[in-house]
Design a protein around this ligand. Structure first.
Ligand code: DC
Length: 233
């Protein structure tokens, strides 16, 4: 038996490219240590969904800014992931559509949209006790987070994992690989808050690791850093 309650309310940041396993790790850590799991990517996805529904082009910053002023986005953590409310309506089920995925990557390059999201994310996490995953959590949203992880893996490993998660006739491994490549390029090369590890992040490359190995490593860091009591040790 373990008592896995951290001694204080921490913020754990998990950043990394698409398909590196952030969501699985965040969900696991949240359950293991009694933290709220907040998926910042789901917020960009919800806004992208609104832009698509409203006919606003994802590369039109002024129109997106105006749209943002009339948009509310809320995350409700559940044991199975986040419920996402867009203007009060649960849109969770549609946020993984390929069109929304691509549009999320495009709306997230705009500084005005990012600073709106960062404010929302800081407000959600202000009491601590959270795991937040995304691209800029350790660098911009919570630069003072107690623990920062940067999860990475080769593009081939990431697209292969995505394919195994959601095998469908519409998404060949090649199509997924291409989709991931485009998103990587945009996420890493945008001028505002590009994807990169914070200087004090613990970088874990999971290309050659199993999920259990990644989880074991991450858990041991959390226990060591936060002084979590483990009975019997
Ligand atoms: O993590 P995800 O795949 O759900 O993220 C969707 C898109 O949102 C991703 O292409 C980049 C963007 N994003 C971001 O720019 N910053 C974040 N903190 C989270 C996501």
């Amino acid at each position: 038996m373990t008592d896995a309650t951290p001694a204080r309310k921490p913020i754990i940041a998990i950043d990394g490219p698409a398909g590196a396993g952030k969501s699985t790790v965040a969900r696991h850590l949240a359950a293991r240590f009694g933290l709220l799991n907040l998926e910042s990517g789901a917020m960009y996805r919800a806004f992208a969904r609104k832009a698509l529904d409203s006919g606003v082009a994802p590369d039109h910053p002024e129109a997106l800014k105006a749209l943002a002023r009339t948009t509310t986005i809320a995350l409700e953590p559940t044991p199975d992931g986040n419920r996402v409310l867009l203007d009060g309506v649960d849109v969770t089920a549609s946020l993984r559509d390929p069109a929304v995925t691509q549009a999320a990557s495009r709306v997230s390059v705009h500084p005005a949209i990012r600073s709106w999201m960062v404010d929302l994310q800081r407000a959600m996490g202000r009491n601590g006790g959270i795991v937040m995953e995304g691209r800029d959590i350790g660098t911009v949203v919570f630069p003072d987070a107690e623990i920062k992880f940067f999860l990475d893996a080769s593009p081939e490993a990431r697209s292969q994992r995505r394919y195994l998660e959601t095998p469908s006739a519409a998404a060949t491994p090649e199509a997924l690989h291409e989709e991931l490549r485009k998103r990587d390029e945009r996420d890493r090369n945008r001028a505002e808050s590009p994807l990169r590890p914070a200087p004090d992040a613990i970088v874990i490359d999971s290309t050659e690791l199993t999920l259990d190995q990644v989880l074991a490593r991450i858990e041991s860091v959390v226990i060591e850093r936060l002084g979590v009591r483990v009975s019997g040790s």
